[in-house]
Ligand binder design. Structure first.
Ligand SMILES: C[S@@+](CC[C@H](N)C(=O)[O-])C[C@H]1O[C@@H](n2cnc3c(N)ncnc32)[C@H](O)[C@@H]1O
Length: 255
């Protein structure tokens, strides 16, 4: 199965459906960012600490799998030179619409987060990678590519899912029953029959993988990064978040 093609269509449809992660920021957010007042998220609710960012003005920033007209336009308005890479043309279209509306220079690239071969080594000072690697079957290539395209002292800010989230049976969890069902690492393709997947998540939902913490955190370390920051967050619309933080954010530096 062509996962990229499936998830491209799924995210294009998410734009039509008005999924929260496809709604571009408004003019007031861009105006404030131009005045130096801004924040972005890697996970649903907590703002990334300001101390996690290198100086932004003139910095080369890659917003990785980060379409939707959110992080990219804000960082561009704050003075960075921003490239947004995403697999969904419609998600990139959201960034384009903000850039045109606000007169912002954004470079938009349709591509795969696991293959940054279109960028030379040492192209960026900062990579902003909000929760999205659940949509690829293997995450270690993403960390390796991020390391390659960052300059020395470059910073990788990443959000990802706590894999334990995927162990629970989603329909039962919707009813408030938290039943452990799936052996990790979870894969939409291997853990659910297509009919069941369709019944629970809809016919055209994006495909997801849980990944292990060894791949998420160990994978960043193995790629050569030093981890310098960590926090957890919740998904307020998911009942399981009342019991434990379902998302993680990390700051890593290329030494
Ligand atoms: C939850 S959204 C994240 C973007 C959003 N701006 C945010 O704040 O979280 C997930 C994004 O990952 C993108 N995506 C999924 N698979 C991808 C892949 N293989 N390569 C690049 N982007 C991908 C989707 O198109 C979607 O825009």
């Amino acid at each position: 199965m062509d996962v990229r093609a499936w998830n491209r269509e799924a995210w294009d449809r998410n734009v039509e459906k008005g999924n929260r992660w496809t709604i571009p920021v408004g003019p007031e957010v861009i105006a404030a960012a131009r005045r130096g007042t801004w924040d972005i998220v890697l996970t649903p609710t907590r703002s990334v600490p300001k101390a996690w960012f290198p100086p932004l003005v003139g910095a080369d920033v890659l917003c990785l799998a980060s379409g939707g007209g959110q992080q990219g336009p804000i960082l561009a308005a704050a003075g960075a030179r921003v490239t947004v890479l995403d697999n969904s043309p419609r998600q990139l279209g959201q960034d384009r619409s903000v850039a045109e509306r606000e007169g912002l220079a954004l470079r938009l690239v349709e591509g795969d987060m696991a293959d940054l071969s279109g960028f030379p080594e040492r192209s960026f000072d900062l990579i902003v990678h909000p929760v999205s690697n659940c949509f690829v079957p293997a995450v270690r290539p993403v960390w390796r590519e991020a390391f390659r395209v960052l300059r020395a002292d470059g910073v990788l800010l990443a959000g990802f899912c706590n894999p334990i989230w995927f162990a629970f049976d989603p329909p039962a969890a919707k009813e408030g029953v938290f039943r452990v069902r799936h052996r990790l690492p979870y894969s939409d393709l291997e853990c659910l029959a297509p009919e069941e997947r369709e019944r629970h998540f809809g016919k055209d939902a994006a495909l997801e993988w849980s990944h292990s913490l060894e791949d998420q955190i160990g994978g960043q370390l193995e790629a050569g990064f030093l981890l310098t920051g960590f926090y957890e967050d919740v998904a307020p619309d998911d009942p399981i978040s009342a019991y434990f933080p379902t998302l993680i954010a990390t700051r890593a530096v290329k030494p």
